[in-house]
Design a protein around this ligand. Structure first.
Ligand code: OAD
Length: 231
C-alpha cells in the first residue's frame, strides 16, 4: 500500500454545534449574548480577570457534559485511510475524545490552564477540579489563567498549522465562518490546485474555490466520507 494522502481539516464552532455547544456568530450565538471584548480579550483578562476566568469556568463545566458527535467520529475514523491532521479553532476537547490523534488547537484548550507569564505552556487543571479561581496560584506561586488564546494575544500554533497545511493533498473546512485571522488565512496555504471542501449550512465570510456541501457537520461528513473513501 502506498503512502497515505494528507487530509487536513480546519474546524470551527459549527463542528461542535450538534454536540450542544453554541457557536459564536450565528443567531443566538455567544457573541450575541456576550461582549467579546469583555470576556475573551487580553485586555479584559488584565483588567477584569474575574469575569474572564469565570466565563471560561462556565464553558468548561458545560464542555465536560457534552459528547463528540458523528462528525468528530468520522473525522477520527478517516485516519484509517488518510494521514489526518485536525487544525481546530475550538477550545473543546471533542476531537480528542472522538479519537483523533493529531489535533492542533489554534485558540488553546479549555480543559488546560497555564500561568500568566507563560501562556504558551499548557498545564493540567488542578486535580479533580473544573474551575480555577481568579488570582489562584500554583505551588510555585504563579498565577493561573485559562489556556485560551484571547483576542490581542499571539497564536503560537499558527506556524505548525501553516507547515501542515502547506503539504495538504486535500483540505476540509468544517463549521467556521472564516471571520477570524490568522486561522481563516489557512485556506490560502494549501498548495494551489488542492481540493478544498467546505461543510457549512451557510455562506462563509471569505471567497474561495470551495466544493461547498451546504449542510450540517454530521450529514456533511457522511457525504464527504462517501466522496473520499471508495469502498
Ligand atoms: P462562528 O460562530 O464564527 O462560525 C460558526 C460557523 O459554523 C458558521 O459558518 C455557521 O454557519 C456554521 N454552523 C452552524 N451550525 C453548524 C452545524 N451544525 N454544522 C456545521 N456548521 C455549522 O465560529 P468560528 O468560525 O469557529 O475565537 O469562530 C472563530 C473564532 O471566533 C473562535 O475560535 C473564537 C471566536 O471568537 C476566540 O475566542 C479566540
Amino acid at each position: 500500500m502506498g503512502q497515505k494522502k494528507r487530509l487536513v481539516f480546519l474546524t470551527g464552532a459549527g463542528v461542535s454545534a450538534e454536540s450542544g455547544i453554541a457557536t459564536f456568530r450565528d443567531a443566538g450565538g455567544l457573541w450575541e449574548q456576550y461582549d467579546v471584548s469583555e470576556v475573551a480579550s487580553h485586555e479584559a483578562l488584565m483588567t477584569n480577570p474575574e469575569l474572564v476566568i469565570n466565563f471560561a469556568n462556565a464553558r468548561r463545566e458545560q464542555c465536560a457534559k457534552t459528547q463528540p458527535n458523528e462528525a468528530h467520529h468520522i473525522i477520527a475514523e478517516l485516519e484509517e485511510h488518510f494521514e489526518v491532521y485536525v487544525i481546530t479553532q475550538n477550545i473543546d476537547d471533542l476531537h480528542e475524545r472522538a479519537g483523533s490523534s493529531r489535533v492542533i488547537h489554534l485558540h488553546g484548550e479549555l480543559m488546560k490552564v497555564c500561568t500568566m507569564n507563560r501562556p504558551d505552556i499548557p498545564l493540567p487543571l488542578p486535580e479533580g477540579r473544573l474551575r480555577i479561581e481568579p488570582g489562584e496560584t500554583n505551588e510555585k506561586g504563579e498565577t493561573l489563567r485559562p489556556f485560551i488564546v484571547y483576542f490581542g494575544e499571539a497564536v503560537p500554533k499558527m506556524s505548525d498549522a501553516i507547515a501542515i497545511t502547506s503539504e495538504a493533498d486535500i483540505m476540509v473546512v468544517v463549521g467556521t465562518s472564516l471571520n477570524v485571522y490568522p486561522a481563516a488565512g489557512l485556506v490560502d496555504v494549501a498548495p494551489s490546485g488542492t481540493p478544498i471542501y467546505l461543510i457549512d449550512p451557510a455562506e462563509v465570510a471569505r471567497p474561495g474555490n470551495f466544493h461547498h456541501l451546504r449542510t450540517v457537520a454530521t450529514e456533511g461528513m457522511r457525504q464527504l466520507r462517501t466522496l473520499l473513501v471508495t469502498p
